[in-house]
Design a protein around this ligand. Structure first.
Ligand code: ZN
Length: 276
């Protein structure tokens, strides 16, 4: 996909299922009956690579399955195997923008080396995260010890923070690279941010978990996935209206079917994604 002369790639890690406890895991039974399928909703996982020609920016870092073993898994892929498909090496990535610090967006940043040491997956990348998000991840240690699932697992991030790789953002908006701007929304998590990519009159939004899939385009439900459901609902509506005004392409992280598309209004005045 192209936005102006920027090249964008969605790096699909595969299709996963959400367990009853809320963790994302490999699909256990591919032949499950419909009722069981409903019990374990399916999700995609698609970080985005933006190549501006001079700078390469990754939007979220994925689950990182298989990074520790350093061998490809036939069922899933990770940031390293996906970059390779498009002809990039881990060293080529200059920046990572994290929508938030939940492990399904941040775990791919590091892996455990042979001697048990935490190692950066992308050795040259600076990592951009909101201050409120980093603080929420730290606070989660005291309030929810040992919680796994779609929550925070900041242990592996300390090493990267200590190494000075993190850039902690305090502004609500900041242009990280010319044409690539983060916008703090909160709602899903205290420091959730989305990314606007604008080049040569074309615009795309990477929506993180504020609009994780197409179902969120019109059903303004206050989902249990959000830490502040009212704020998330408001931020989601404002973002959709802005996307519509900008005639933007939406990039969806957790979609199983439609992963990207230009936002349009359908006959009933609802939002939809246009094919192509
Ligand atoms: Zn997520």
């Amino acid at each position: 996909m192209e936005i102006g002369d920027f090249r964008l790639e969605q790096l699909s890690e595969g299709i996963f299922e959400v367990s009853a406890a809320g963790s994302i895991r490999k699909i256990r039974d591919h032949h499950a009956k419909e009722t069981e399928k409903e019990a374990f909703p399916r999700v995609g996982l698609d970080p985005v690579l933006v190549d501006t020609g001079s700078t390469r920016v990754l939007l979220d870092a994925g689950l990182g399955m298989g990074l520790d073993r350093r061998e490809p898994d036939p069922e899933t892929s990770n940031i390293v195997t996906n970059l390779d498909i498009f002809g990039y090496r881990p060293e080529d990535i200059d920046a990572v923008i994290l929508s938030h610090l939940h492990y399904d967006h941040a775990a791919g940043l590091s892996f455990t080396g042979k001697a048990g040491e935490v190692t950066a997956t992308l050795p040259n990348a600076r990592i951009y995260v909101q201050k409120a998000e980093w603080e929420a991840a730290l606070n989660s240690l005291g309030t929810h010890p040992g919680v796994s699932g779609m929550g925070y697992e900041p242990d592996d991030l300390y090493r990267l923070v200590a190494d000075g790789r993190f850039v902690i953002l305090e502004e609500e908006r900041r242009e990280i690279v010319r044409g690539i701007t983060v916008i703090r929304t909160g709602g899903h998590t205290p420091g959730h941010q989305v990314v606007r990519i604008r080049r040569n009159g074309q615009t795309a939004y990477y929506c993180g978990d504020l609009i994780p899939n197409e179902n969120y385009l019109n059903r303004f439900y206050t989902g249990k996935i959000d830490t502040d459901p009212v704020k998330a609902k408001k931020a989601r509506m404002l973002l959709l209206q802005q996307c519509w005004r900008d005639q933007a392409t939406l990039l969806l992280y957790h979609s199983v079917y439609r992963k990207a598309g230009k936002i349009v209004r359908d006959k009933n005045r609802g939002f939809a994604l246009k094919k192509g």
